[in-house]
Design a protein around this ligand. Structure first.
Ligand code: ATP
Ligand code: MG
Length: 434
């Protein structure tokens, strides 16, 4: 039986095996990816999260019980092997492992419910049903390794920027923004809701702590089932006092560039596994009116106060690998809390990256009277927002911020056609498990 404590000290990760290990004995463990039998030779590809190696069994040389076990083990079973690393011209990666011990730690039952080979054609819904097994695949692991770096890079960037990280409540007593449909929940005797954004909280916090950020889970009970929306998603939120929309657009641009740089530094192998070429994006600023004019020239339809999906795609054709900020957005197309700019325009913006919105943001209204007026214009009842309005009555500076979807950003960076590829366990119109 493998001694797990000893193994955790002695373990060699497969991705860390180098020519210096040739001739050495190593302790490795992982999943059996592939098995091939050529008469008196048995090949088995062992994989762990860092890489893989070919294990070779020779009828003449390998201990008979090991040679037998290699013939019986099923694909995706978990094995522990002690063996000698050998240089080999023919082996993928240039070396192979001659086993001296071979222990099956967990048998994978067959048939497997989904194809987990590198060439798997199993459709996404089925893969998601068996996500735990789908996660055996290199491509899927590459995705979530990169997404982990995206989150860490966001933290690193924001911390360097001098922002403090905040946690906000996810159960709320009333709709914070109006508009979006909410999931309701029973909170003892009261009716409560799951938060659709931390908008109001991050504003209240920025009005004292100045620069704040959060990675916040949001729930939206929208019934649509699209490739770009989830009903539960995670948002990078940022809010800053003494700032207008241009100050925070600049923060966002540098933040996304920093994230992309980090991914490039740490994940060249994962990116090539996914077949993705990534470059640090440039930045472009356009007014909504300029975009409307461009789209008219291109013969592409868009709304009076919103871009269309087609227009977002066209912006990417015109400005590839660029974060396109669309600002001076029509006031009618932005939420009540966005600061008006005059002439029917607002201090709100969207950021488009690789043909899709990744962020909305803007300068907020910090003036109680103006906020009351804007709520009424939007058909909302100021009485329902009294505590929010009041938070600006006792010394609230001008402030601005944005929210960027984690899964949306991952989807665009990695070129997925469906956002569900970028969520471990998606929640959508039809899916509540696993
Ligand atoms: P869209 O126009 O794409 O529907 P939105 O304008 O409704 O997005 P916002 O309320 O502005 O979205 O949210 C900020 C960001 O959060 C979006 O730019 C996007 O990156 C992400 N996001 C919004 N809704 C969803 C969703 N349902 N699923 C996943 N990510 C989302
Ligand atoms: Mg938006």
């Amino acid at each position: 039986m493998v001694d797990l404590q000893l193994f955790s000290k002695e373990r060699t990760y497969l991705g860390a095996i180098t020519p210096q290990d040739d001739g050495k004995s190593v302790s490795v463990a992982g999943w059996v990816y592939d098995i091939r039998e050529l008469g008196k030779i048995r090949f088995l590809v062992l994989r762990d999260t860092s890489g893989d190696i070919q294990v070779i069994g020779l009828k003449k040389e390998t201990a008979p019980e090991i040679f037998d076990a290699m013939g019986r083990v099923s694909r995706e079973s978990v094995v522990f092997i002690k063996g000698i690393v050998k240089k080999s011209e023919k082996a993928p990666g240039g070396r192979e492992l001659a086993p001296e011990t071979f222990e099956v730690l967990a048998v994978a039952e067959h048939p497997l419910p989904i194809d987990v080979s590198d060439f798997s054609k199993t459709e996404l819904p089925k893969r998601l049903d068996y996500r735990f097994l789908d996660l055996h695949r290199k491509k899927v692991q590459a995705t979530f390794k990169i997404e982990s770096t995206i989150m860490q890079a966001y933290h690193e960037f924001m911390t360097k920027e001098g922002a403090i990280e905040a946690q906000f409540p996810s159960i709320i007593g009333s709709s914070s923004e109006g508009g979006t449909e909410l999931f309701s929940a029973q909170y003892f005797e009261k009716k409560a809701f799951l938060s659709q954004s931390c908008q109001l909280y991050k504003q209240m916090l920025a009005c004292s702590m100045e620069k704040v950020f959060a990675l916040f889970t949001v729930w939206r009970a929208e019934k649509h089932n699209t490739v770009r929306h989830l009903n539960e998603s995670r948002q990078f939120d940022f809010e800053m006092a003494f700032a207008d929309e241009f100050v925070v657009m600049d923060v966002l641009a540098r933040c996304v560039q920093f994230i992309v740089k980090r991914v490039l530094e740490l994940h060249s192998k994962d990116l090539s596994e996914l077949g993705v070429t990534l470059i640090v994006p440039a930045v472009k600023y356009l007014t909504f009116a300029q975009v409307a004019e461009l789209m008219q020239k291109e013969g592409i339809h868009m709304g009076k106060d919103d871009l269309s999906g087609e227009a977002e795609k066209k912006l990417n054709d015109l400005f590839p690998d660029t974060i396109v900020f669309v600002h001076d957005w029509p006031l009618s197309g932005k939420p009540f809390y966005i600061m008006p700019k005059g002439d029917g325009l607002s201090r709100g913006f969207d950021a488009i990256y690789k043909g899709m919105e990744i962020t909305s943001g803007g300068q907020r209204i910090h003036l109680p009277e103006l906020l009351t007026e804007r709520l009424k214009v939007k058909g909302l009842n100021p009485a329902d927002f009294e505590s929010y309005i009041s938070s600006f009555r006792y010394g609230a500076p001008p402030h601005a911020g944005w929210g960027m979807g984690l899964e949306r950003l991952t989807m665009m960076m990695l070129g997925f056609s469906n956002i569900r590829e970028a969520v471990l366990f998606p929640r959508d119109r039809d899916r509540l498990t696993p």
